[in-house]
Design a protein around this ligand. Structure first.
Ligand SMILES: NC(=O)c1ccc[n+]([C@@H]2O[C@H](COP(=O)([O-])OP(=O)(O)OC[C@H]3O[C@@H](n4cnc5c(N)ncnc54)[C@H](O)[C@@H]3O)[C@@H](O)[C@H]2O)c1
Length: 408
């Protein structure tokens, strides 16, 4: 494939994605390559590089592997760890995130330093497009450090696992610090997005953060309702169903569940840091969502001596039908159960771990089962009545027709 690309200093790539083998960078690069653009995926991860060059997706992204094989075959895709490839691209799309440290402070300096580090490969003919979710004002700070470079901010809003389906469907928010950046980013994203919405850069940063944080608040609301209903001995999923029966105003209430993952909490914490700690709603949401495993284990420990129980956790990924365990609250369950000396076993449909058992074995050997992730495969399994089942999502129907009110 190398020979398809003339490795001179000319702009031979239409798009270079920095962080191109990540959950956001890889599907985006594939969608552009499928449109016939020459795409370079720049990444430091050697394992993922090997897999992708062999046409294998390093993580679950539905519909991506076929496209990967197709664009590799057509010679539209290059995978690189050579940072100087940045100078050979017309558009540089950055999908490196802003982490939050153990004291909840966004690590903006790390991303800014990385970007300053690539300045020598950038020139005024290129467009630098930030796509990560960023701390508010980060893009403007960056524009001051990278004077003379055309910078746009076009946040990614797909749901992980379904990017290939959603990229062509979702409107793309486009913003930038000059006309040239906005015009070029608009032209580029018009090739893959059905609609472009132009805003200011700061508005675009908040659009992305508010979207994720709203979702996190919704989960916290329903989770808190769940804990209140459970304390009263009521079936919260039945309550939800009754609330929404013929009553549309409640339709946006999602099911309770474990809200983990790398995005929602991080982005809520970025807003909290930005607002000098005044984002009390966000802080409360974090306390509620993060304490759901504690609530589950506390309730169980009131009923049982957990040191004498075998507890199975069904589902370890941070959300349904994917293989990503980043910040999954199932792992917090293991930790809390171990404080009670319970014997814990784990199972997952997609996450590969030699210590995990099959769902059949887990069901056979557990006194208590906690659903950690509502994988679709659990819709049709049966859990014997002698097993204590904790299923916040209400996904286990024990052979009945599946009628759960799905999270939207
Ligand atoms: N995952 C999601 O569902 C989602 C959705 C919307 C937005 N986002 C945002 O997108 C950003 C990226 O998230 P992600 O889930 O793709 O992360 P990820 O960890 O899957 O991907 C990041 C990639 O960057 C690579 N990388 C790290 N440092 C690098 C460097 N210096 N040069 C080149 N490559 C480097 C890593 O090897 C990795 O492949 C975050 O800001 C996140 O908040 C994520």
């Amino acid at each position: 494939m190398e020979e398809e690309f003339n490795l001179s200093n000319q702009k031979i790539f239409d798009v270079l994605v920095m962080g191109g083998l990540g959950h956001i960078g890889l599907p985006l690069g594939l969608v552009f390559a499928q449109k016939g653009l020459k795409v370079c995926l720049l990444d430091i991860d050697e394992n993922k590089t090997k897999l992708v060059l062999n046409g294998i997706m390093p993580f679950i992204e539905y519909g991506a592997e076929e496209v990967l094989k197709e664009v590799l075959g057509k010679g539209n895709l290059k995978v690189s760890k050579d940072i100087s490839d940045i100078s050979r691209a017309k558009h540089i799309i950055v999908t490196l995130g802003t982490d939050v440290d153990e004291y909840f402070n966004p690590q903006t300096k790390k991303l800014i330093d990385t970007m300053v580090g690539i300045k020598k490969y950038l020139d005024s003919s290129q467009i630098l497009i930030m796509r990560s979710t960023v701390y508010p004002t980060l893009c403007r700070q960056l524009s001051k450090k990278l004077e003379g470079i055309n910078i746009a901010y076009c946040p990614e809003r797909i749901v992980q696992g379904y990017a290939m389906r959603e990229i062509p469907l979702l409107p793309q928010v486009v913003s930038g610090f000059n006309e040239r950046a906005i015009k070029d980013a608009t032209e580029l994203f018009s090739k893959i997005s059905p609609k472009i919405i132009e805003t200011s850069v700061e508005e675009a940063e908040l659009v992305k953060l508010f979207t994720n944080s709203l979702r996190y608040l919704q989960f916290a609301t329903t989770n808190q309702f769940y804990t209140m209903a459970t304390k009263l001995g009521c079936d919260y999923n039945k309550i939800r169903k009754t609330m929404s029966d013929g009553y549309e105003r409640v339709y946006s209430l999602p099911s309770p569940g474990l809200s983990g993952g790398p995005c929602l909490i991080k982005d809520t914490l970025q807003l909290k840091a930005f607002d000098n700690g005044h984002y009390l709603l966000g802080y409360s949401a974090m306390m509620i969502n993060e304490s759901m495993p504690n609530f589950i284990v506390d309730e169980l420990s009131k009923k049982y001596d957990l040191s004498k129980k075998k507890v199975g956790i069904l589902g370890m990924a941070f959300k349904a039908d994917i293989d990503d365990i980043r910040d999954s609250l199932s792992y917090k369950l293991i930790k809390l159960l171990s404080f009670h000396s319970a014997k814990v076993s784990c199972s997952d449909e997609f996450v590969r771990d030699a210590s995990f058992v099959s769902k059949e074995e887990l069901i056979r050997d557990s006194d208590i089962i906690i659903v950690g992730t509502p994988h679709s495969a659990y819709k049709t399994i049966s859990i014997p009545e002698n097993i204590h089942l904790v299923d916040l999502w209400g996904i286990i129907q024990n052979g009945k027709e599946y009628k759960r009110w799905e999270r939207v």
